[in-house]
Write a protein that binds this ligand. Sequence first.
Ligand code: GDP
Length: 193
Amino acid sequence: MKVTQAEIVISAVQQSQYPEDNLPEIVLLGRSNVGKSSFINTLIQRKGLARTSSQPGKTQTMNFYKINDAFYFVDMPGYGYAKVSKKEREKWGVMIEEYLQKRENMVLVLLLVDSRHEPTEDDRLMYDWLTYYGLDPVIIATKADKISKVRQKKAVDNIFNTLRPRKRSDVILFSAATKMGKDEAWEVIEGRL
Ligand code: GDP
């Protein structure tokens, strides 16, 4: 898809703030710092639209990015950041569940995991929760430029065996630095729009 328009429409913390123009939504989930903002910026070819941060856990809002007046990327607040208080974690849980269980506009869930490491306990819980609710996420294995070709293959094997998606093509190796996986990601997204 050629992106000609991309803008952040709202940073929401509750349902009443979600956009009401009824466009399809692609949701991004993953632990803090996994590369969600970088993924969005790479796909839409804008360096700074989605705010990347070296301070994990900062954004506790759901950011709606409107693309080409055709759909939204919804960047969910990251999980798994140790310094976040119990109260904030609870708030996060409510925000995420409120969205994932009720949002009819949602057409695809992308779960981002770091290709350099085993999926974390939080990644597994998130994946299981999503599949339990029938959401069938596609997994984006980020930061693939940081590991060798051999390790990239092992990472996909590992993710496939740990999270157990339906098919291997549900795991996409991705790099914001080299743009690896960009075309595959767009293909999946366009398939749902
Ligand atoms: P978010 O918290 O999930 O939105 O993560 P960000 O997109 O802010 O990325 C966190 C950090 O990882 C930043 O310093 C990014 O520059 C870096 N990063 C993200 N994706 C990649 C990637 O594909 N390759 C490399 N080398 N660094 C990345």
